[in-house]
Design a protein around this ligand. Structure first.
Ligand SMILES: NC(=O)c1ccc[n+]([C@@H]2O[C@H](COP(=O)([O-])OP(=O)(O)OC[C@H]3O[C@@H](n4cnc5c(N)ncnc54)[C@H](O)[C@@H]3O)[C@@H](O)[C@H]2O)c1
Length: 350
């Protein structure tokens, strides 16, 4: 039985990795993918690219998603105590033999330059190099970390939700949130998550807000969270969210005078890369379910909503406030804000 090992950082996994792993899998009877975790070095690589830290466990989850059902085992190897290469070669060789739960006869990789070290430190174990020129998928983890949106198509599907820019469109009722969210998703050929509280109010509560109880708001928050995750999984570089748990907390307050118990556990100021706050400067549109219609109340609602964000730890001064009085300009201003978020921050495509 031929047992093989495919080691790597996979920071993050991409098509080049996945294809090479699948080729290796076809060349042996049992394959182990071993993720090298070096907390400090990995953290520095992420930091210098301006992206959040990608932990070893996260990479293990991503690769496990990609490779499940094939009999390939994905293992995590902690190399924190190891010296950097080339001094670390000896320690690396013994650690790899401990990590892999059975003796192996071949190590697969794409680096010709590692051959000498492998021959020396893994005597009797074959070193098989696959696509060393990266001709099929000319991409590296470094390029993806530095320019994720430019190299989006190469990023493994499981890792895309991590890189997708998350844009929340918020504001009080009748500011054009839902239409703007849909339009932005269409402009960017991507997914979005619509506010489901209104459908819930219609379908479950019968349209009458007076019949809400606290458990309804807990359920709305949970359902919204699941829907957000689904949208994120199919995002193309950016994903738009029509509401969030702070808005649900706000309406829980409006209808019942208190925030339902589980709503707050879904509030996460770190979830969004950009928050667009729509001011009530377009005309009110009555739709039979809206409650807060006169202009003074709309403005008060906006201020109360922003205060609620602040109280939950959001940096409201960083929100992109949209106050144009017409829908054309509001769309233009939102597109400009999204462009800036996508290309002026980490992963500049320029
Ligand atoms: N840096 C060193 O000198 C050194 C020496 C010995 C062993 N190692 C170990 O070797 C492993 C691989 O390290 P890495 O930094 O190359 O990991 P990596 O995550 O960048 O790549 C993993 C593997 O996929 C291959 N690969 C990457 N992009 C590819 C593409 N587009 N097409 C085809 N194949 C592609 C790489 O050549 C490598 O073999 C790690 O476990 C590391 O600890 C590193």
């Amino acid at each position: 039985m031929k047992v093989g090992v495919f080691p790597g950082k996979f920071l993050p996994p991409h098509r080049g990795h996945i294809t090479a792993i699948l080729r290796a899998h076809a060349l042996c009877d049992k394959l182990y993918v071993v993720i090298s975790k070096r907390t400090q070095e990995d953290g520095q690589l992420c930091k210098s690219a301006g992206i959040a830290y990608i932990s070893g466990v996260l990479r293990q989850r991503w690769l496990s998603q990609e490779l499940q059902g094939l009999g390939i085992e994905v293992l995590l190897q902690n190399e924190d105590a190891m010296a950097p290469f080339p001094q670390g070669w000896g320690a690396y060789a013994s650690l790899l033999k401990q990590t892999v739960p059975q003796p192996f006869g071949v190590i697969y990789g794409g680096e010709e330059s590692y051959r000498e070290g492998h021959c020396r430190y893994f005597p009797g174990i074959e070193y098989k190099v696959l696509d060393p020129q990266r001709t099929q998928w000319p991409i590296s983890g470094t390029e993806i970390r530095n320019h994720p949106y430019l190299h989006w198509d190469y990023i493994a599907g499981s890792a895309r939700p991590f890189f997708a820019r998350k844009v929340l469109i918020t504001g009080p009722e009748s500011c054009g949130k839902t239409t703007l969210t849909r339009k932005l998703a269409k402009v960017y050929c991507t997914s979005w998550s619509e506010e489901l509280g209104r459908d819930y109010q219609h379908d479950v509560v019968g349209g009458n807000g007076d019949l809400f109880d606290l458990e309804d708001f807990n359920r709305i928050t949970h359902l919204q969270y699941e829907q957000d995750l689904t949208a994120l999984r199919s995002a193309n570089k950016v994903c738009f969210f029509d509401t969030d748990a702070v808005v649900t907390a706000f309406f829980s307050q409006v209808f019942l005078g208190q925030v339902a118990s589980r709503v707050e556990s879904f509030i996460d100021p770190a979830k969004y890369d950009l928050v667009i706050a729509l001011k009530p400067t377009v005309p009110w549109v009555a739709d039979g379910m809206r409650e807060l219609g006169d202009q003074a109340t709309r403005e008060l609602s906006f201020d109360q909503l922003m205060a609620l964000y602040q109280s939950y730890g959001f940096d409201v001064s960083n929100f992109c406030a949209i106050d144009a009085p017409d829908y054309y300009q509001r769309l233009e201003d939102c597109i400009a804000a999204v462009e800036k978020s996508l290309y002026d921050n980490a992963g500049s495509a320029i």
